[in-house]
Design a protein around this ligand. Structure first.
Ligand SMILES: C[S@@+](CC[C@H](N)C(=O)[O-])C[C@H]1O[C@@H](n2cnc3c(N)ncnc32)[C@H](O)[C@@H]1O
Length: 248
């Protein structure tokens, strides 16, 4: 049975969510810098590609889009850039206020408004069938209950709307994947800890990826929560996956 993330020591969903919230609040000041450094700036490419996959929806004049677990807003901004020329409304939501503060500041230098609002992905403050597209980049894995999170995404999507979940995954086989695994488990946590000052957050990253549902399990979860046409593609030796699906 799929549960949700459990940072070390967290006994239940409430504690897991509180630990996640606290971890991300503490690393906010160095979050963007570390993202780009630790991924050699590939994180920008992954978000840009994700936005490209939804270009058709984004360019609909009436599109309304939710980027869940938006952090400092980078996927929301990539979606906004892809939506150029349309009147699509783009909203970013996260439950860590310092992340949202940073996202709003960054948003001032983007030539298109993106609204950022505080929201818990497990209890979204949006009515049923509000959005044409819901995305999440590297956020879904951090939810304390994956099924509830997926059901919330399905609930706020309009029938025929699309979901996109960009997440890390265990890399596949082959020498480059082995090298990447070593980097991800041994080097990244040390560099992340040294620069962010939070050892916990950057050892939690590979640990939570190791426990995250496999691509097939995540696809099955989407299907069981009201999605169809579920597909996924993998990048970076299988270490980054984009799942896409349509709301029935
Ligand atoms: C790894 S960051 C990803 C941020 C951003 N999407 C990006 O691509 O950089 C994960 C984000 O998920 C948020 N998050 C985790 N659980 C959440 C929840 N239950 N509700 C809302 N946000 C949540 C965290 O606050 C954090 O900002």
């Amino acid at each position: 049975m799929l549960t949700g993330t459990r940072p070390e020591g967290a006994q239940d969903e409430r504690e897991a969510a509180a630990r996640v919230q606290d971890m991300f609040a503490r690393i906010t000041p160095r979050y963007d810098f570390l993202n780009h450094l630790l991924s050699f700036s590939l994180d920008r490419v992954w978000r840009w590609r994700t936005a490209r996959r939804f270009a058709r929806t984004l360019r609909r004049a009436d599109a309304s889009v939710l980027d869940l677990c938006c952090g400092t807003g980078d996927l929301a901004f990539a979606l906004a850039r892809e939506a150029r020329g349309s009147d699509a409304v783009i909203v970013g939501a996260d439950f860590v206020e310092p992340m949202l503060v940073r996202a709003r500041v960054k948003g001032r230098s983007i030539d298109r408004p993106v609204a950022f609002s505080a929201a818990d992905a497990l209890r979204l403050p949006f009515p049923d069938a509000s959005f044409n597209l819901v995305t999440s980049a590297f956020g879904f894995r951090n939810l304390a209950n994956y099924e509830r999170g997926m059901r919330e995404i399905a609930r706020v999507l309009k029938p025929g709307g699309e979901a996109g979940i960009l997440e890390f995954s265990e890399p596949g086989a082959g020498p480059l994947a082995v090298l990447f695994r070593f980097y991800f488990r041994q080097i990244l946590p040390r560099v992340g800890a040294a620069i962010s000052g939070s050892g916990e957050a950057y050892s939690y990253l590979p640990a939570s990826v190791g426990k995250f549902p496999s691509p097939g399990e995540l696809a099955a979860l989407m299907e069981s929560c009201g999605f169809t046409e579920v597909k996924f593609e993998s990048w970076n030796f299988g270490s980054v996956l984009l799942h896409r699906a349509k709301r029935i």
